[in-house]
Design a protein around this ligand. Structure first.
Ligand code: AKG
Ligand code: FE2
Length: 269
C-alpha cells in the first residue's frame, strides 16, 4: 500500500511565530490569514515556575467524565461542564465563587489570566475584558491537564450555545493557551484545515465532545510541540486535538477569546 499523497498546501493555513502578539497578527488570525499564532517566552521562566509549583501542590478535578473521555484534569471552572439546554446552568455561577477562592488560595504574586489579557489588550485597540452573560462576569480561565490528550474536536460558541453566549455577540473566536509544563515526548497540538460540516456528525464519538480522527482524513495539518512559557492563540473552529503525553505532566492555562461586535476582545472559560 502506498502512502496517501500529501494534500496541497494552503499558504494561509500556517502557524506564525512572533516575539509578541500584535494587532496585525490577531486581525490576521480572525480574518483567516493564519491558523495559529505562537509567542515563545510569553511568560518568563520564573513566573511559569511560580504558577506551576503552586498548581502542582493542588489536587486537580476531572472534567465531567461522561463528557470528556479520555479524562482531562483541570484546576478552575470551565463553562463546558455547566452547559444546559443550550445555555449556562445556574451551578456555573456558584462554582465560579469557589474558582476565584481556589485561585486566590494559590497566593501567586500576579494573576496569570490578567497578565495574559493585558498582553492581548496591548495588541488590540478596543481592549480586552472578561466576557459577561446576563451582566455577570464569566470565568477568567482554567488550568488544563490533558495528559492522555484531547480528542479531535472544534470549539465554536455559536454552535455550542443557543443565541449568544455573551451579552455582546461575537464576530470571531480564538482559543488561548499558555503552557506551564510540557512532556519530553508527545503532547503536540494538532490543527487540521477542516471546519465542521454536517456530514462530520457521522464521525462523532460522544454527544458532548470528540470525533473519530477519520473526520479530518486527507486534510492538511499543523503539529505544534508546545514549549514552557509559550502562548498559543489558535482558530478553534479548525478541528484540533492534543496528543497523549509521555514522561511529564502537560499543564496549560487556557481561556476562550471572542471578537465582540463592540470591537473588544472578550474572554471566558
Ligand atoms: O492544549 C492545547 O494545546 C489546545 C487545547 C484546546 O483544545 C483548545 O485550546 O481549544
Ligand atoms: Fe479545543
Amino acid at each position: 500500500m502506498s502512502a496517501a499523497p500529501e494534500p496541497p498546501h494552503d499558504p494561509f493555513f500556517r502557524a506564525v511565530t512572533a516575539p509578541a502578539f500584535t494587532h496585525e497578527l490577531l486581525a490576521g488570525l480572525a480574518a483567516g490569514r493564519c491558523a495559529a499564532v505562537r509567542v515563545p517566552g510569553f511568560l518568563s521562566e520564573e513566573r511559569c515556575a511560580e504558577v506551576l509549583a503552586a498548581l502542582e501542590a493542588q489536587p486537580f478535578d476531572s472534567y465531567q467524565q461522561a463528557r470528556i473521555d479520555p479524562p482531562v484534569m483541570r484546576f478552575g471552572v470551565g463553562v463546558s461542564d455547566h452547559m444546559a439546554d443550550g445555555g449556562v446552568a445556574e451551578g456555573y455561577w456558584k462554582a465560579l465563587e469557589g474558582h476565584h477562592e481556589a485561585w486566590r488560595g494559590l497566593g501567586l504574586s500576579f494573576d496569570p489570566f490578567r497578565t495574559s489579557r493585558e498582553a492581548l489588550a496591548a495588541a488590540w485597540p478596543g481592549g480586552v475584558e472578561v466576557g459577561r452573560r446576563g451582566g455577570r462576569a464569566m470565568g477568567d480561565g482554567v488550568a488544563r491537564e490533558p495528559n492522555q490528550g484531547f480528542q479531535v474536536h472544534f470549539d465554536d460558541a455559536l454552535r455550542e450555545y443557543e443565541g449568544d453566549l455573551l451579552d455582546v455577540p461575537l464576530m470571531g473566536q480564538f482559543a488561548f493557551n499558555l503552557y506551564l509544563s510540557v512532556p519530553p515526548e508527545g503532547g503536540e497540538t494538532v490543527i487540521w484545515r477542516h471546519r465542521w460540516q454536517p456530514q462530520d456528525e457521522a464521525h462523532r464519538l460522544s454527544a458532548y465532545y470528540g470525533y473519530d480522527e477519520t473526520v479530518v482524513r486527507g486534510a492538511e495539518s499543523i503539529e505544534l510541540a508546545p514549549r514552557v512559557g509559550e502562548a498559543l492563540l489558535l482558530d478553534p473552529r479548525f478541528f484540533h486535538a492534543v496528543r497523549p503525553s509521555r514522561g511529564a505532566r502537560r499543564i496549560a492555562l487556557g481561556f476562550a477569546v471572542g471578537v465582540g461586535t463592540n470591537g473588544r476582545l472578550l474572554t471566558w472559560a
